[in-house]
Design a protein around this ligand. Structure first.
Ligand code: HEC
Length: 400
C-alpha cells in the first residue's frame, strides 16, 4: 500500500513539473507570436517578419521570427516536444495507477452505474481514444475552416462527453476522464500535427525547397486549439480538491460552464496580446464565474439534502464491522458524508462519503491508509481518535 503512495507521489510530482514546462512554453510562444512587431528594413531583408525585445533575468533578448525559414538550419535548433510528451505519458501513468488499478475506489460509483472494474477501464479508455478520433475527424472536415463553427462543434462534443462520463463514472472519475481526453487531444496535436509539419519545414530548408504555407497554417490551427483548451484542462486537474463541482447533481453542466467561461477569459488575454483591449470579455467572463459559483452554492431544497444517515445494510454486520461502523460515525461522517455537520467542511472532502457500510467497504484500503498507516485522518484528529480505536480498524481491515 505504502509504496503505491510513493509511486503516485513521484509520478504526480513529475506530471506537474512537465505540465508547467509544457504550458509555460506554450503560453510564452503564444505571447511571443502576438507581440511581434514589424522589424527594421535590414532585418526584413533577411526574411524576418517580426521582432521583439525583452529583458529578463539580468539580460536583454532579441528575438526574430522568419516569414518562411532561415537560409540554413543552425547547428542547434531547439524543439519543444518532450514537455508535451512527458506530460501526457506521466498523466496517463497516473490515471492508470489511480483510476484503473484503483477503479473500485475512484472510478466506479455504484450509485451512478454498478460496473465491473475491467468494464470500467475499457469504457474509460474507449472514452479517451474515441473522443480523440472524433476530434481528428472534425479537424479534417470543412468544420475546421471556421473557428466559430469549430468552437461550437467542440462545445457540443465536450457536452456529450461530460454527460456520458458522468453517467458512467464517479464524479471524480468522470472529470478526470474529460481532462484526460482534452490532454490527449492537446498532446496529439503536438505529436500528430505540429511536430510533423515542423519536420517538413526543417527538411525543406535543408533541401533548399520552398516552404508550403499550408504546413504552418495547419500547425497554427492546432496550437490555437491547444491555447483555448489550457484553462479548462487546468481547472479539471485541480477540480479534485473541490467536490462541490464534481459531486454536484448536474456535475456535467458545471464542468461545461466553467470550461466555456474559462476559454472565454483566455480569449481576453489572446486579444490583449494582439493589442486589442476588450474589457467586456473579461467582465462577462468573471460575471459568468460568479453566476456559476452562485448557482452551485444556492441552498438546495430540504428534500434534496435530507438524506437519512447511515442506512442499515442488507446483510447483518459482524461484530467487528459494527465496531468500525460506529467508529466511522463518531469520527468521520461529520466531514465525510452527503450531509456533513462539520463547521468548516460543508461539502464532503474529496467527495468521500462514508454514510453506508457499502461505502466503507468500497474505500477500505484508503480508510486503512489514512487512519492506521499515515494516521492523518480524522483531520488534525479533530474528533480525538485513540490508538485503540485505530487498532480496531486495523484488525478489521487485515482480517477482511
Ligand atoms: C474535520 C474533517 C474531517 C474528518 C473528521 C475526517 N476527514 Fe478525512 N478528509 C478531510 C479532508 C479535508 C480531506 C482532504 C485532504 C486530504 O486528503 O488530506 C480528507 C481526505 C480523506 C481521505 C482521502 C480520500 C481520497 O480520495 O484520497 C480519506 C481516505 C479520509 N479522509 C478518511 C477519513 C476517515 C476514515 C475519517 C474518520 C476516521 C476521516 N477521514 C475524518 C477531512 C476530514
Amino acid at each position: 500500500m505504502q509504496w503505491t503512495e510513493w509511486l503516485s507521489l513521484f509520478i504526480r510530482w513529475f506530471h506537474v513539473i512537465a505540465g508547467v514546462a509544457w504550458i509555460g512554453a506554450s503560453f510564452y510562444f503564444v505571447w511571443l507570436d502576438n507581440n511581434l512587431r514589424t522589424p527594421p528594413d535590414w532585418k526584413k531583408d533577411k526574411g524576418i517578419k517580426g521582432d521583439l525585445w525583452a529583458v529578463h533575468g539580468g539580460g536583454f533578448y532579441e528575438i526574430g521570427k522568419y516569414q518562411y525559414g532561415p537560409e540554413v538550419i543552425p547547428p542547434t535548433l531547439h524543439w519543444f516536444k518532450w514537455e508535451a510528451y512527458t506530460t501526457w505519458l506521466s498523466g496517463f501513468a497516473l490515471l492508470t495507477l489511480m483510476y484503473y488499478f484503483g477503479a473500485s475506489a475512484y472510478l466506479i460509483d455504484p450509485n451512478v452505474m454498478p460496473l465491473e472494474p475491467a468494464t470500467a477501464v475499457i469504457m474509460g479508455l474507449g472514452f479517451i481514444f474515441g473522443g480523440l478520433a472524433l476530434y481528428e475527424l472534425a479537424c479534417h472536415s470543412p468544420l475546421a475552416k471556421s473557428p466559430w463553427l469549430f468552437a461550437l462543434f467542440f462545445m457540443a462534443l465536450l457536452t456529450l462527453g461530460s454527460w456520458l462520463a458522468t453517467s458512467w463514472f464517479s464524479g471524480r472519475g468522470a472529470y478526470m476522464h474529460i481532462g484526460a481526453l482534452i490532454g490527449t487531444i492537446m498532446a496529439g496535436n503536438v505529436f500528430f500535427n505540429i511536430i510533423p509539419s515542423q519536420k517538413k519545414m526543417v527538411a525543406a530548408v535543408e533541401n533548399k525547397q520552398d516552404i508550403d504555407p499550408a504546413w504552418g497554417a495547419g500547425a497554427k490551427l492546432r496550437s490555437v486549439h491547444n491555447n483555448y483548451l489550457t484553462l479548462p484542462l487546468l481547472f479539471i486537474m485541480i477540480s479534485n480538491h473541490y467536490p462541490m463541482t464534481y459531486q454536484h447533481p448536474q456535475n456535467w453542466l458545471v464542468l461545461i460552464l466553467i470550461s466555456v467561461v474559462s476559454a472565454w477569459i483566455r480569449h481576453f488575454f489572446n486579444l490583449r496580446h494582439q493589442g486589442i483591449f476588450r474589457p467586456s470579455v473579461l467582465v462577462t467572463g468573471m460575471l459568468g464565474m460568479l453566476l456559476i459559483a452562485g448557482w452551485i452554492s444556492w441552498p438546495k431544497s430540504k428534500a434534496l439534502t435530507d438524506v437519512t444517515r447511515v442506512e442499515q445494510p442488507e446483510t447483518p454486520l459482524s461484530e467487528s464491522q459494527k465496531a468500525v461502523l460506529n467508529l466511522v460515525e463518531t469520527h468521520c461522517t461529520r466531514c465525510h458524508s452527503a450531509t456533513p455537520t462539520d463547521d468548516i467542511f460543508v461539502v464532503a472532502p474529496m467527495g468521500l462519503h462514508l454514510d453506508k457500510w457499502a461505502q466503507i467497504e468500497q474505500f477500505a484500503p484508503r480508510i486503512y491508509a489514512r487512519t492506521v498507516q499515515s494516521k492523518d485522518m480524522p483531520l488534525l484528529n479533530k474528533t480525538g481518535m485513540t490508538e485503540e480505536e485505530r487498532q480496531v480498524i486495523a484488525d478489521w481491515y487485515q482480517s477482511r
